[in-house]
Write a new protein. Sequence first.
Length: 176
Amino acid sequence: MGVSEINMWILIRRYDQIESENDTLQTTLNCFTVVPGVTLDELRISIYYWAGIEKDNNKVLKIRRHDNNLIPLSSLLRGSHKDKPFIIDVVGVHQFCPVEERSLPPGYLDAFKSKLANLEKRVMMVESFLPNMTSSHTRAVETMVTQLTNCVNFLDHRLDELAPQCWKSQIQSAAS
């Protein structure tokens, strides 16, 4: 018997609509339902719809447990109860912290980009060799197995030649 839907109580706090310290915070507590197997992208789109905001990269969603600790989006899929709802804070980008000018030297970003491009190129090169490594590894193992088979056959033949006749009769009687 599987769960047919996931119920989650969510308290949405709209900090993005506060323009001054005297404004009151708008909050709404609602129960939302999703089906099991919903993807995180679908869940994210649903949250934007439930909160009544457009996805224009001017808003940040901070998802919290009932005790105000930040949690990942996937935690919402466990569901919640009315007495311990999830909290979603909707804030504007840089709403509570001023934007500061970059303090990095101008050449630093270029050097970082070139190192990253070099690293990506090296990873792609290694990935291109992986199929060849697997086949060459298989060939090496097959060669070793063939050599070991030859050695075992040789030793078996030598044992047959050198073993005394009484041993051979004892081995044959033990095998029967």
